[in-house]
Design a protein around this ligand. Structure first.
Ligand code: UT7
Length: 333
């Protein structure tokens, strides 16, 4: 019996034009370029114009992705949007994207998994293809982090940016290729170290929550760092072991871009040379669910570094805690 697997047919992205550089931030909070670059690897980030929401970016990334594939919006069966910054609490951003794209046959939903939002959405979309019920699943990672960042808090405001990336999943035409495996984990005990305190049903928005700045990202960075560096590497090493592969077999490592030190530690544990890591944290910072599709876009479209049969490993760690990895063997005509 042949195994039905999903493969990534095409990619798209949206990057806001406005840049916020480290030197801009030096004028806003008590920070400096040297600290930001040495501790994180970030030099600048993109910021979406006020008055625009997540779906503005998600739709544009999705449109490019469909156009590259030559697939009409009406052919899309399902839309998954990985995000923690939807346009609004409800309806889901997936519904707004569906309407704007004109994806008349599609259903869909948002998936909230912090910085693992894209990996969890990718594995969910892959399983929908594997089920045999769907032919075209659009997976989008999109976050407007600037909408939930306190630009007076130097601990967090230097770390994040805005962007969206999209991939189209289809059934893989050839056996042995496509999205081969994934690992997903959560540990709610990590919630206290990275969260937004108010705005949900537990603490609805009030004058008090606004005065206390509870609608912004709260992060205890050092603690998150310790977990991220260990657990992201654990699942990246495990997915190789589970599939009988070694670091040297991997053509490209596509990690979530939260901190250059986490990325390098993870690649080193996997035995992957630095030249095989896709890194763009310097230009876009941490775009939460956007990072991995942005990296994939860069490797595939801009650098043309991915070819048929290449093994790619992708991994992420984020709020929840949530973390995971995926193993892809690239298929193309
Ligand atoms: O993607 C979602 C998951 N998130 C992550 O993976 C983030 C993980 N964490 C990190 O990447 C790092 O912990 C940070 C980049 C957030 C912070 O780096 P760190 O090396 O852990 O620094 P720290 O938080 O321990 O702070 C060291 C010092 C502190 O000063 P004192 O207490 O030593 O005097 C901070 O107040 O650096 C200070 N500091 C800053 N200084 C200049 C914190 N932020 C800044 C800043 N500019 N922007």
């Amino acid at each position: 019996m042949t195994v039905r697997r999903a493969y990534i047919r095409s990619v798209g992205r949206f990057l806001p034009e406005r840049r916020l550089t480290n030197s801009d931030l030096e004028k806003m909070v008590n920070t400096n370029d040297e600290w930001i670059v040495s501790r994180t690897g970030i030099r600048e980030r993109r910021i979406l114009d006020p008055g625009r929401g997540n779906s503005y970016m998600a739709v544009r990334a999705a449109r490019e992705c469909l156009e590259r594939a030559g697939v009409e919006p009406a052919e899309v069966d399902a839309i998954i949007v990985g995000t923690v910054t939807p346009d609004m609490m409800f309806p889901a951003t997936a519904c707004l994207v569906q309407k704007e794209l004109g994806a008349s046959r599609a259903w869909g939903f948002d998936l909230s998994a912090g910085c693992s939002g894209f990996i969890f959405s990718l594995s969910t979309g892959a399983q929908m293809i594997e089920s045999g019920r769907y032919e075209n699943v659009l997976v989008i990672g999109s976050d407007v982090m600037s909408s939930i960042i306190d630009y007076e808090d130097r601990n967090t405001c230097v770390l994040f940016g805005d962007a969206a990336g999209a991939v189209l999943l289809q059934p893989c035409p050839e056996e042995g290729y496509g999205i081969l495996d994934f690992i997903q984990r959560i540990d709610g005990a990590g919630g206290e170290f990275l969260h937004m305190k108010a705005g949900g049903s537990l603490r609805p928005a009030s004058h008090e929550t606004v005065d206390k700045k509870e609608h912004y990202v709260y992060q205890e960075g050092k603690h998150v760092f310790k977990y991220a560096v260990t657990e992201m590497a654990n699942v990246s090493v495990k997915i190789l072991e589970d599939n009988g592969l070694k670091g040297e077999d991997v053509a490209l490592f596509i990690p979530h871009q939260a901190n250059l030190r986490i990325i390098e530690a993870c690649a080193s544990r996997m035995g992957i040379d630095r030249s095989k890591i896709i890194i763009n944290i310097d230009r876009y910072a941490n775009t939460t669910a956007g990072t991995i599709p942005l990296c994939l876009y860069e490797a595939l479209v801009e650098q043309k570094r991915i070819g048929k049969g290449d093994y790619l490993v992708t991994a992420a760690f984020g709020a929840g805690f949530t973390w995971g990895s995926a193993l892809i063997r690239w298929w193309q005509e």
